[in-house]
Design a protein around this ligand. Structure first.
Ligand code: FUB
Length: 447
């Protein structure tokens, strides 16, 4: 009897875990808006500490941003993200004005058995602090529970706190405010400053925020959103120690192709690959204060400079063929007859669909792990005219490994077909319309 209760408890734990796990390309999180992603590698996984945009009632929030709390997400494969829920809210930090919805860009760092979560917010008038203070919440685990310190860090005002611990154990906090970046030393308790904040010199003039520092091969990279033209690019400067001086080095990502005014970055190395995390407003194309976090591979040149990163829909990670593959997050498409659109413009969180509207139009989704022993393929599709979708592996002009007939219908249905050839290992998946017609595809899955 005791064993049965235990088994049930363990089962329900895994079921709850699965409920909160969503598979994703770009954007990474579909069921809510997320921005300002601070990614960290803790306990062998990637933890993502973004801010959380919401839609606000008229008059709430600051300059259009409305942010009441923070969630934390984690992933081992970067294609499935587990939402651990709210870790800090404007309602549970004693010094924060809980009517202001001002929980802007956060970050987190590990030291001596504890996780320190830093966040900016408008202080309650009663504290006597004017403007944005910088708070810290502390936990034994990267996913919480986090206990907020009763007061913000003394002597600090600003936004976008970014903690950094150098190889010699010295700790620093980079912050933004008044369009520029500053740095302050932290005591080893990580909740008090060990110096006055100093302005970081040597950076180009113009709007800068969102500092994020990382070190690679003895080079210190100070990265930041920076307005060169009309919206934020992601740029960086390098130095040979965390306090600078820094030399402006260039742009990591151009300004948003979809006119999201802000961007905000973090850069990590995970399993010997470097990644850039950033945000655009994919799920809210007409309101850029409701943003969504994305990720891309990042590479360095031999001289240590960063290769420019181009935003993609496909994002990062290897997708499991046995799970629903959202091919609308494509890697490449044919020049004609292939496009994407929202499944439901009244609820964009439902995601996108792929449209193939011409014979031989195709859509390619790279890096799918087909494992072994797959037998069939399923497609969720709809077609007003009926059509045939060929499933190809790696070569657009190759032999299809399956041919899925889509009926003439006016709604979504799941169609399946046996595989004539069984792919195994990692390949690029191609779906091609093999007749003159039009079809819409939500996802593809192998069994
Ligand atoms: O998310 C609110 C603010 O927008 C952040 O603090 C900035 O970095 C910008 O992304």
């Amino acid at each position: 009897m005791k064993i049965n209760v235990c088994v049930l408890l363990i089962l329900s734990f895994f079921l709850t875990l699965n409920e909160n796990t969503a598979s994703a390309q770009n954007p990474l999180i579909m069921d809510q808006f997320t921005a300002d992603p601070s990614a960290r590698v803790f306990e062998g996984k990637v933890y993502l500490y973004p801010s959380h945009d919401i839609r606000c009632e008229e008059g709430k929030g600051i300059i259009g941003f409305c942010m009441a709390d923070y969630h934390v997400f984690s992933s081992e494969n970067l294609t499935e993200w587990n939402d651990h829920g709210v870790i800090v809210s404007q309602n549970n930090v004693p010094w924060v004005d809980s009517t202001k919805y001002s929980m802007w860009a956060p970050d987190c760092i590990y030291r001596d058995g504890k996780y320190f979560f830093y966040f900016p917010a408008i202080a309650d008038e009663k504290t006597g602090i004017k403007g944005m203070g910088i708070g810290v919440a502390v936990s034994d685990k990267p996913y919480g529970p986090f206990k907020p310190e009763p007061q913000p860090i003394a002597g600090l005002r600003g936004i976008d706190p970014n903690p950094f611990i150098d190889k010699d154990g010295k700790a620093y906090l980079y912050i933004a405010g008044m369009r520029r970046l500053s740095m302050v030393k932290l005591k080893s308790n990580m909740v008090e400053t060990a110096s006055e904040p100093v302005l970081i010199e040597g950076l180009p003039k113009g709007f800068k925020e969102g500092p994020y520092m990382f070190e690679r091969k003895g080079v210190y990279y100070l990265t930041f959103p920076y307005v060169i033209d009309s919206t934020e690019t992601l740029a960086y400067a390098i130095g040979n120690n965390p306090m600078g001086p820094f030399k402006y080095t260039g742009v990591i990502m151009d300004q948003s192709p979809v006119a999201c005014w802000t961007n905000h970055q973090s850069i990590i190395e995970y399993k010997r690959q470097w990644y850039l995390f950033y945000h655009h407003n994919d799920l809210s194309p007409h309101f850029d204060k409701n943003r969504s976090v994305c990720a891309e591979y990042l590479f360095f040149n031999d001289d240590g400079t960063i290769k420019k990163v181009i935003p993609t829909l496909r994002g990062v990670g290897i997708s499991d063929a046995g799970k629903k593959i959202q091919i609308d997050r494509y890697s490449v498409v044919s020049e004609n007859g292939a496009s994407i659109s929202f499944i439901d413009t009244s609820n964009r969180h439902e995601g996108w669909k792929a449209l193939l509207t011409k014979k031989d139009a195709w859509i390619q989704y790279n890096e799918v792990d087909f494992g072994k022993n797959l037998k069939s393929v399923k497609i969720k599709a709809s077609s007003a005219a009926g059509g045939v979708a060929d499933i190809l592996i790696d070569k657009i002009e190759g032999h299809p490994v399956a041919r899925v007939k889509i009926d003439k219908n006016d709604g979504w249905k799941i169609y399946d077909s046996e595989l004539f050839e069984i792919p195994s290992g990692i390949h690029n998946l191609i779906v091609k319309l093999s007749v003159e017609s039009n079809i819409e595809i939500d996802w593809v899955q192998f069994e």
